[in-house]
Write a new protein. Structure first.
Lengths: 158, 178
């Protein structure tokens, strides 16, 4: 997987550089800026994950959101996902660490999907922009859909 | 100074790890080992992801696409909404101001919902990142379902909200300062 990304990136950079040198340099500057933007959060989360995973053993994680936890675990994971605001670049390493430590695919799927599509914290902002009915409707539909995605992931991945 | 302040939590955590070393050395060792292994994993993946993000940001102009997403844009508008959302950068709440701009310029609410859906979950750089940390199968299943889910959420919302509510949304968007 790693090498694929490098090949895609190298190709994209090559085409971009051929078309415009200035724009490519600008793109690289923006790339660095957005990386540096998440760096403090990113490093902190890594330290927290490292510590939390060292205290919680695999048994405790799998009891809470493991494969055996079933719909209760899915519900716990989706509520956590709906409330928290974690950028994807941080959520995926966290999710993959949880998977390696006993969490189930269905539960992690519920967490990831609600994290991205449902935003309880940002609902007030959404209401301001689109009105109460539209905001609540979108978030409810996204929540139900996330449970469906979790179910399908649970069915297809062992 | 402002830059250092952003690293405050990081420094506090480093300090915490230092304290941990004296309190419980084995827990410290385990934590640092887990932290450095995930750090190494990320450092291999992140640089190309961010370079792609930068390239998308530079080459994909928002204004040109805004024009092409109105009520009668049909399948083209839907595809554009998907593409615009997928090519974007930033968290979901950063999509709301963009969505507002689109509404003001006459994009349909359905296309705005598709943009929000794509923005939240089918972003291209994030998909690559997802595949490398969660596996290709996980990513593909989620991506496939999401395409239908995003469309479904947009269409159902449009039907449930109805003509009157949709006009109110457009009217409201014009009255909000961006």
């Amino acid at each position: 997987m790693d090498s694929t990304i490098y090949i895609i990136t190298a190709l994209a950079l090559g085409v971009s550089f051929y078309k415009s040198k200035d724009k490519t340099i600008l793109a690289l500057k923006k790339a660095w800026k957005s990386f540096e933007n998440i760096l403090p959060q990113f490093l902190s989360i890594l330290l927290i994950i490292g510590f939390v995973l060292s205290i919680l053993n695999a048994n405790q994680i799998s009891e809470l959101i493991g494969q055996e936890s079933g719909w209760k675990g899915v519900l716990i994971a989706s509520i956590i996902g709906s409330i928290t605001l974690i950028p994807g670049f941080i959520a995926f390493p966290l999710a993959s660490a949880l998977l390696n430590n006993g969490a189930g695919y269905m539960q992690i799927g519920a967490f990831i999907s609600t994290l991205m599509m449902v935003g309880i914290v940002t609902v007030p902002l959404e209401i301001k922009f689109f009105g109460k009915k539209a905001a609540i409707l979108r978030n409810s539909l996204a929540f139900v859909f996330s449970l469906f995605v979790a179910f399908m992931l649970g069915v297809f991945l062992k | 100074m402002k830059n250092l302040k952003r690293y405050r939590l990081f420094f506090i955590l480093i300090l915490g790890y230092g304290v941990l070393y004296f309190i419980n050395e084995s827990l410290f060792n385990m934590s640092t080992q887990k932290t450095s292994s995930s750090l190494l994993e990320m450092i291999l993946v992140l640089p190309p992801v961010f370079i792609l993000l930068g390239l998308l940001d530079v080459w994909v102009k928002r204004e040109t696409m805004v024009k092409m997403m109105g009520k009668d844009s049909g399948i083209m508008g839907i595809l554009l909404a998907f593409f615009l959302g997928s090519a974007a950068a930033g968290p979901l709440y950063a999509a709301f101001p963009v969505a507002l701009t689109l509404l003001k310029k006459g994009s349909s609410f359905r296309n705005v919902l598709i943009l929000i859906g794509a923005w939240s979950t089918t972003k291209i750089p994030l998909l690559i990142f997802e595949a490398s940390s969660m596996g290709l199968n996980f990513t593909l299943i989620r991506f496939g379902l999401n395409i239908f889910g995003i469309l479904g959420i947009a269409l159902i919302s449009e039907i449930v909200l109805g003509h009157k509510e949709l006009e109110e949304i457009h009217a409201r968007s014009l009255s909000i300062e961006n």
